[in-house]
Design a binder for this molecule. Sequence first.
Ligand code: KMH
Ligand code: ZN
Length: 282
Amino acid sequence: MDKLIITAALTGAEVTLKDNPNLPITPRELADAAVAACDAGASIVHLHVREEDGSPSLSPDLFKETSRLIRARSDVILQFSTGGAVGMTGEERMRHLSLRPEMATLSSGSINFGADVFLNPQGMIEALAGEMQKLGITPEIEVFDIAMIRNALRLVKKGLLSFPLHFDFVMGVEGGIPASMKNLLFLSEAIPQGCTWSVAGMGRDELPMAVGAILLGGHVRVGLEDNIYYSRGVLAESNAQLVARVARISADLGRELAGPGEARKILNMRSVIQTNVLQKSS
Ligand code: KMH
Ligand code: ZN
């Protein structure tokens, strides 16, 4: 089994400070959260940014500043969200890719998302995949339901994605695949051999899905984007607290953690740590 890669999903687009006052908002808060999560065992940070008032954003300037602050202190893999928040346009969701992060998410289908619709029509998925390919960005395929695996494989046939792919199974979204061990096994067995996967369980499903992934040889995503609680009725103090628990359980189960350099190798990332605008000296 490969070493375990933990991704910290720091802030997302939906959670508010009212939900959990420990949510990082500003570039500096996001950078502090990223460094602390990395110190706790994360090797990837999944990044969304927020405007000063806390509203969800895909501002390239905010991504640039946040990335610069993180990169000055850590070699953690920066994974930009291209999902943003429901209702954001394809154009908005693509602009920040010009900063050439090492990695970015690619949601490969549309779903109901609570009361909203997270819209990812085929043309938008292809445009995002094409842009990532052009810029040498490693995609993480966000799978909210089983059909999204098939959609991603169709993009391989079209030459817009290439094997081995890395998938993230997002489980327990209202409108997506429910989080259960049976479904986790189902998804993990539905991807082609040689591909890698992680799981992001929503809310109370975060921890059981994480443990399932540790045992099955997958990887784990945790963080305040997905889950604001540490335990029933107890708010999480930080992203690092959620990461540290997964690191502890993995150690107890005998699976070592991958650092950022090892994670790059496990995920067959072409990039080494980027030498472009995101670096400290720029
Ligand atoms: N906020 C969700 C609508 C991603 O980051 O790529 C989409 C999302 C997926 O969070
Ligand atoms: Zn996200």
